[in-house]
Write a protein that binds this ligand. Structure first.
Ligand code: FE
Ligand code: FE
Ligand code: ZN
Length: 277
């Protein structure tokens, strides 16, 4: 847990400078932000993000997350695919300018299509956008399997990596994996990730508890220790020495309007759950 942090906002007027200050106030040693609103692709110009000012005060690793409206996995997507490709290209440029270690991307939803054409559509789109460019790597996030989301099993994510000529990486989301059916109380879970995906292909971890039982395909994050995965299982994964070089990012919900991250980070470092809610 060398690099442990959370999602932090990116907002006017301080933008990235405000994000790094917030992360440091919460005791974080890494953080993640979107390059604007998570739910749309409207973006403030890079010149206004105070990137140099942030660099001057903080060297924390930064994970960048692409907006979640993008869907490059619908082969019938038509114009939506072209818009999505433009958005991802722009996000990759922004992630590079912001010093991001990777750009986390949801693999998307197949809608009416089968997995195979859907995954290949995603792979071709990403190649078009990033081939030959010196962008930070795209990290495909493991998904809960809500609706027709692809990337809901390690095998599906491995297929995407194996069928794209880019050096794609992976973001392991513990809530999504649990909701997708994986048993995170199994001490062999990371061995399974290593066998199917290769731990060297993992770029970051989203450490979240889940509000729902295993296999529910719901994707509702819960505070660490208050959900169906449980603190000790999450802590065992987060402290596995094989994940030590990776940023571990909390995306747990606010409680009574306040961010939980300072408490959750302290609990992870102390190795003990304490009831703070
Ligand atoms: Fe995500
Ligand atoms: Fe996530
Ligand atoms: Zn989620």
């Amino acid at each position: 847990m060398r690099y442990l942090g959370s999602h932090v906002g990116l907002s006017s007027p301080l933008y990235l400078l405000g994000s790094v200050r917030q992360a440091e106030l919460w005791g974080e040693t890494a953080f993640m932000c979107y390059t604007g609103a998570p739910q749309n692709s409207h973006r403030v110009p890079l010149e206004r993000l105070k990137i140099a000012e942030a660099d001057a005060v903080s060297a924390l690793p930064r994970v960048i997350h692409a907006p979640y409206i993008v869907n490059l996995a619908d082969p019938e997507g038509g114009e939506k695919l072209s818009i999505g490709k433009k958005t991802v290209k722009n996000e990759l440029q922004r992630a590079k300018a912001m010093g991001g270690v990777c750009l986390v991307l949801h693999p998307g939803a197949s809608l009416g299509a089968d997995f195979l054409p859907s995954a290949l559509c995603l792979c071709r789109c990403l190649e078009e956008v990033a081939q030959g460019e010196n962008f930070p790597p795209i990290a495909i996030e493991t998904m809960a399997g809500k609706g027709s989301e692809i990337g809901k099993t390690l095998e599906e994510v491995a297929f995407i990596l194996g069928n794209c000529s880019l050096p794609l990486k992976v973001c392991l989301d513990t809530c999504h994996l649990h909701d997708g059916g994986y048993d995170l109380s199994d001490p062999g879970f990371l061995d399974e990730v290593d066998r199917v995906i290769g731990l060297s292909n993992v770029a970051c971890v989203h450490l979240n508890d889940s509000k729902n039982p295993r296999g529910s395909h719901k994707d509702r994050h819960e505070n660490l220790g208050y959900g169906a995965i449980g603190f000790s299982n999450l802590r065992r994964i987060a402290s596995d020495p094989r994940l030590d070089p990776l940023p571990i990012i909390l995306e747990t919900p606010y409680w009574n309007g306040a961010a939980p991250y300072a408490q959750e980070i302290k609990m992870l470092r102390d190795g003990a759950f304490s009831d703070w809610r």
